[in-house]
Each structure stands twice: as C-alpha cells, then as structure tokens.
Write a protein that binds this ligand. Structure first.
Ligand code: NG6
Ligand code: CA
Length: 514
C-alpha cells in the first residue's frame, strides 16, 4: 500500500514537473506586455498589503491580491542610481565606478556596448519605453547641451520611447525630456545647468527663502535654484517655459504611459514606469494633499496608489489585463526627511516606513534594500499568495529574457540569474544568496545576513537613519531576528568566514565573467 502510494506520489511529481516545464515553454511563446512600476524610496512597510495601517493603498493591494507578494526581494543598493543600474543591466552597480547617486548633469553611466533590459526586450520584438525618473546620466563626458537632442540616452540603450525626468525631483534641471529633447523649451531662453557654482539670475532658496512653498533642511542643502516654489540641488538658468509643476508630475507621466500603451496595444510592449513618488520634494496633486494625515509623504503614497489604479484601468480598457505582467517595486528603502521640512516627520505618528526592518534608505541593514515587490500576471503567476523566495532586482534581466525566449550573452548580465520560476510562484527558494550594497557590503544567504565591517558612520543624523555600518563584523539570523538586533558574529565565526569569502568570490567574478 505504502509503495503504491509513493509510486502515485512520484508519478504526480513527474507530471507536475513536466507540466510546469510546459508552462514555462508556453509563457515564452506568449510574450506578455511587461510593466515595471518602480517607485522611489518606497519602504517595505509603506503599503497596506505590507502592513501599513495608517493609510490604505487599495489599488496596489488589489494587484497583490491577484498576484504574488514577495517578502524577501532586494534592490542591489540602498540608493537610486545604483539600484536602477542593477535593474536595467543585470550587473551589480559596484562593479563599475561612478554608479553612485548621479548629479543632474552626469554623463550616461549605462554601457552602450552591453545588452540591457530594454535592448534585449527590443530585440525580442518588444516596443520599449522608459517613462518617469531616469537618474542614470545622459550624454557624454563632454557635458550636456540641454537645448538640443541629448545623446546617448534611452534611445541608444534600446528604449523606443522616453519621457523622463533627468535625475531626481530635487535636482536641476526640473524639466521633462521627451525622446531626449526638453519639452516646451523656448529657444530664446536656453537652459544651462551647473553643479559647481551659481549661474544666471534665477532666485535660489538660499537668497530668497520667502519664495518657497516649504523650507529645505539647512543641514542638507537643497537651497539652490528655485523651480515651482521649491529650491533644488544644483543651479539652472533659462528654460522657464519648460519647468515642470511638481503637483502635475504623476498625472503627466501616467498619461504618457497610458498613451504609449494605447499606441502599442497590438505589439508586446515593455514599460519601465519609474514614478517620482515618494521621493522628495513631495508636492502631490491637490486631490491628495492633506488627505493622508501623514504629511506630504503619506499623501504621495496615496498618489502612487492612484497612479497604479490608473494603469490597471487603462489595461482593462485596452483588454490587456490578462496578457500583461506587472511588477511593482521600489528602488531603495524609505527616508522621511530627505532634505525638506514638509511635515512628514511631524505627522508620521507611529507609522514605520521600513516595517519591522532596521534602517532605511542609505542603509546596509535590510531596511535599505529589502523592498516591496509584487508580481501579477493573471493565470500565470500564482494569485493571492506570498512568497519568501530570495530575489534581487538584478535577476529581472535574465528572468524576463528567459520568459520571452530571448537568449542571453554571458557578458551582458553577469550577476543576473534566471528566477522566472520564483517570479511565477513555482519556486519558493529563489536565489542561493544575494549581495547588498550601500557603500558597505552585506550578503544574505538563507536565513543569514552578514555585514562586512567598515569604518563609515553608523548613524546618518541628517536623515535620522541607522546605516548599519560597524567596525565589527555583524551576523544576523533573519529568520528569528528580521530586525537585525542580535549580532551573532562572535558565536559563529566559521559562518562569518564563509559568508565573507562568498562576497570576495563574487567581487572577483567580474574579472572572469567580463
Ligand atoms: C542625496 C540627497 C537626497 C536625495 C538623494 C538621492 C543631499 C543632502 N541629499 O544626496 O535629497 O536626492 O541624494 O536619492 O543632497 S535617490 O533616491 O535618488 O538615491
Ligand atoms: Ca530612490
């Protein structure tokens, strides 16, 4: 009896395995539309489907209900530029110099001589777009002329269409670029940008604080050129007719995304939709201002959720819901005061933006790199489930290329592993290990997290965030101590050694895999 039972069991297993392989093959043939909605500075605890209590995010929760919610998905880094680099290139950003937070006049940092997510999906027959925050530099080392078509940029990287904010919302130039040209630019009022010294006669936050909607935190700068009543990092002159209005950004980029979807409803499309929410400066539409009871940061979360609802609604109208894979995630952990006194600190109450994780943006603790990550693809991705599978955004490159049947050149994405089965919800384990970076290094493998000792500051008082840096090695048992409070490094020296050498080995791989 027992034997027959196990034969039946084995048979079922083989059948299940075979059918899951068939599924993978048929997914390949399908080429669903792919939309990555990439929020900015959204923390692990900032959505109601991840435990946010103070406000509700019904549209994102709905996606989680119909899709798969990851509890252990990571960005490559604890800030924006490197995480975006990792996502698009499938390569850890720390392998390349100059991938830290980019000024608004930085040259393009994404290599043109390797594949990236846009170029490979383009080759696979996708219409590709980036809409929203770019922050990966533009043009060459010779500097950017903002008054012409700027290249290289998204197009040269494989995006058929782009509508972008060049850097962060708090960095000049505060203008949109459509297909690499400034939108609404008056040629008689050309744009110049400098991050070195003041240029032009436009008012600055430093000289004209009375013109500001809210004040920058004096410990953090952000007191240079004023655009739309907010002072920014960096100086710009000219381009007045092209200035964006902060309260219109979300609606503008959402409209551009929907229009792109409409134009390409017949083709498979890939949209990398990088919202400005909830990065500073926060000034959402009047529909949301004052509505969260949590200051501008909470209001911006409401706006983000509304945006997601709009994208879903457009998919429904276009009858594309079933054939579209949506991923929602964030580029790094949360920060409340990132440079402006916008009442987000005062009105935070007992909300914990990083949930039960320690640290936040800029931090090597989990709060810096473990982010919300939700995948939905009706009928293909497991619905209404949670998974603890270990995933890094660096894996999207290999996984999505596997999904669409696009072969991968090894040099293109050396750190990207095909985690398609984890994305679909079939594999509950995911990666063997992942490396996290925020100036310092850490590794998560199974239940263990090891942080390499370093001498950088342990606490960033400007933003009120524990960085996780320590001169001592740190080892945490994430299964029993997700908050990383009990350092077990002294208790398990052999494990520390093993994890330390895995990091070193990964760093070395760059030489052999290039
Ligand atoms: C920091 C800025 C911060 C923000 C961040 C980038 C200061 C003191 N702080 O340097 O305001 O712009 O860079 O954020 O300048 S990110 O999400 O794009 O990485
Ligand atoms: Ca960010």
């Amino acid at each position: 009896m027992k034997k027959i039972g196990s034969i039946v069991f084995l048979g079922t297993l083989i059948f299940l395995q075979a059918s899951s392989q068939d599924n993978t093959k048929s997914h390949r043939a399908l080429k669903p539309n792919i939309i990555i909605i990439y929020a900015d500075d959204l923390g692990y605890g900032d959505l109601s489907c991840y435990g946010m209590k103070k406000i509700q995010t019904p549209n994102i929760d709905h996606i989680a209900k119909e899709g798969l919610l990851f509890t252990n998905a990571h960005t490559t880094s604890a800030t924006c530029t490197p995480s975006r680099f990792g996502l698009l290139t499938g390569r850890y950003p720390w392998r390349q110099n100059g991938t830290g937070v980019a000024p608004g006049d930085a040259a393009l940092i994404v290599p043109l001589d390797r594949g990236n997510l846009a170029s490979t999906l383009h080759t696979a027959g996708y219409k590709t777009a980036v809409i929203g925050k770019w922050h990966l530099g533009l043009g060459t080392d010779e500097g950017i002329d903002w008054n012409t078509r700027i290249k290289p940029g998204p197009k040269e990287l494989g995006f058929d269409y782009s509508f972008i904010m060049p850097a962060t919302l708090d960095r000049v130039p505060c203008v949109f670029l459509e297909n690499q040209r400034v939108v609404n630019l008056d040629s008689k009022d050309p744009i110049t940008v400098s991050y070195k010294n003041k240029i032009g006669n436009d008012p600055t936050g430093k000289e004209n604080p009375e013109m500001l909607r809210y004040q920058p935190d004096p410990t953090q700068g952000h007191n240079q050129t004023i655009v739309d009543s907010i002072s920014r990092i960096g100086w710009m002159s000219g381009g007045h007719s092209a200035y964006w209005k902060d309260e219109d950004i979300a609606a503008t980029i959402t409209d551009k995304t929907i229009q792109f979807m409409e134009r390409n409803a017949a083709a498979p499309f890939f949209v990398y939709f990088a919202t400005g929410d909830i990065h500073v400066p926060r000034y959402p539409d009047s529909k949301f201002r004052g509505k969260s009871g949590m200051g501008m940061r909470g209001d911006a979360i409401l706006q983000l959720d509304y945006t997601v609802g709009k994208i879903e609604e457009a998919l429904r109208h276009l009858h594309l819901t079933d054939n579209t894979l949506i991923i929602i995630s964030s580029d790094n952990g949360p920060v409340v005061n990132d440079g402006y006194f916008d009442q987000s600190v005062e009105q935070l109450g007992d909300h914990k933006p990083a949930g039960d994780l320690r640290g936040g943006k800029y931090s090597i603790f989990e709060g810096g790199t473990r982010v919300p990550f939700i995948v939905k693809w009706p009928g293909k991705v497991k619905a209404g489930e949670k998974t603890d599978a270990l995933l890094s955004q660096v894996d999207l490159f290999a996984s999505l290329n596997a999904l669409v049947g696009q072969g991968l050149k090894e040099a293109d994405a050396p750190d990207s592993y095909n985690q398609l089965e984890a994305l679909l919800g079939n594999d509950k384990k995911g990666r063997d290990y992942v490396i996290e970076h925020s100036g310092g290094f850490a590794i998560t493998k199974g239940d263990w997290k090891y942080i390499v000792p370093n001498t950088m500051r342990a606490y960033n008082k400007d933003v009120n965030i524990e960085t996780g840096n320590d001169v001592k090695p740190q080892l945490y048992d994430l299964k029993n101590d997700r908050g990383e409070h009990y350092n077990l490094a002294e208790k398990y020296p052999a494990l520390v050694k093993k994890l330390a050498s895995l990091i070193e080995q990964s760093k070395g791989e760059v030489k052999t895999r290039k």
